[in-house]
Design a protein around this ligand. Structure first.
Ligand code: HEM
Length: 354
């Protein structure tokens, strides 16, 4: 056992996996059960699970958009499936990098930890985000066909269009964020990432009636989403690196959980306001936008339940180390699903203004 750990906490060691051990009656029981669960999970099964999850993550935006629009007999936007997929990739990249920036600050505030921080994913996330933004620009230039968009004149024309300009802004902002991540001041990436959020907010609100209100709502909604989802991912990765330092891992999750309540409140308020601005109640069940939003709300309920469960278990972590990790991991997965569905939401036709 690490000497620092024994100095800071008298709790037993966490499960080697950091997995939740259930409602058992002691840390050792929990550790044993978690170890057995991990032992049962063969590498082949893990690879299969990750591959299946990856396929679902690609197919939902790629095919889901068309399916839901065809079902509602609306007119599909050109290249809607590819747009949703690229937007999902861009949003995930934004969450990963923004979450890492916030997570590193949280982790550095935890005193007396001998283990290091997890390997940074920011640089790669920024490159992936830039590629997704360029892909969107090509889709705009080619009116839904990326190959047609490769022609120089189509690209130049696309810069001047309403959806083309934000895509160009986002591509450049991600490139700058990649440079910041590679520099000695990775924290500066916060500025270009804010430009990415601004680009998304501009893109999402082409309406002529009070677009500034919509832009402000999306700015808050998306910033809070990136910090919540990306921050939780980074905190869980860090807890894994600190699995021998039980008290530090618990303190980190506690430090994350406090602002996460405010982020959740901000997301809910701005999400409800955006819905009221965009979706007439009567169109909720008949339009693709309404149906996708309903699916998203079901997922948001699941996320809320998991977040509550993680909090409740966090209180019990003194006696049951690693107890909050299971629900918190499930929360990250459910948040990723919400982000995927949100990407679909941005690629279906807007219902007529209320
Ligand atoms: C776990 C909670 C949530 C997450 C992670 C989340 C995430 C997102 C993301 C990533 C977008 C795409 C923003 C863009 O790039 O345009 C979005 C848009 C949107 N979300 Fe959420 N959301 C959440 C909760 C909600 C809730 C509770 C509502 C409604 C009650 C809501 C309503 C909307 C609407 C209407 C949009 C389109 C916004 C716009 O007009 O720009 N969201 N959300």
């Amino acid at each position: 056992m690490n000497p620092r750990q024994s100095a800071s906490s008298s709790v037993p060691e966490p499960a080697a996996t950091g997995l939740d051990g259930g409602d058992g009656d002691g840390g050792n029981d929990a550790s044993g059960r978690a170890d057995r669960a991990t032992a049962r999970r063969s590498p082949t099964r893990r690879v299969c699970a990750v591959t299946a999850a990856g396929c679902v993550a690609v197919l939902v935006p790629l095919l889901g958009t068309g399916l839901v629009v065809d079902e509602s007999y609306e007119i599909r936007l050109p290249g809607d499936g590819a747009t949703a997929l690229l937007r999902a990739v861009l949003l995930v990249a934004l969450c990963v990098q923004a979450g890492e920036l916030a997570g590193v600050r949280l982790a550095r505030g935890v005193r007396g930890v001998s283990a290091g921080l997890p390997r940074g994913w920011s640089k790669r996330a920024a490159w992936v985000g830039a590629a997704a933004a360029v892909g969107q620009l090509l889709l705009v230039a080619g009116s839904g066909s990326p190959l047609a968009g490769l022609s120089g004149s189509a690209l130049v024309d696309a810069y001047a269009t309403r959806p083309g300009l934000p895509a160009l802004l986002e591509a450049n902002a991600f490139l700058l964020a990649a440079l910041c991540a590679a520099s000695s001041r990775p924290g500066w990436a916060g500025v270009p990432l804010a430009a990415v959020v601004f680009g998304e907010a501009l893109r999402a609100h082409p309406e002529t009636d009070t677009p500034e209100v919509g832009v402000a709502l999306t700015l808050v909604h998306l910033t809070s989403t990136a910090l919540w989802a990306g921050g939780l991912l980074y905190v869980l990765r860090t807890r894994w690196c600190w699995r021998q330092e039980v008290a530090a891992g618990r303190e980190l999750l506690l430090r994350y959980a406090r602002p996460a309540v405010l982020l959740f409140a901000a997301i809910t308020v701005t999400g409800v306001c955006s819905t009221l601005r965009r979706l007439p109640l009567a169109e909720t069940f008949s339009t693709a936008y309404g149906r996708v939003l309903l699916a998203k709300l079901v997922l948001v309920l699941v996320v809320s339940g998991l977040a509550l469960a993680a909090r409740r278990r966090l209180r019990r972590e003194v006696a049951l180390p690693g107890a909050a990790t299971g629900p918190a991991r499930a929360e990250v997965v459910a948040l990723a699903a919400v982000v995927l569905v949100s990407a679909v939401l941005t690629a279906v036709p807007l219902p007529p203004a209320p």
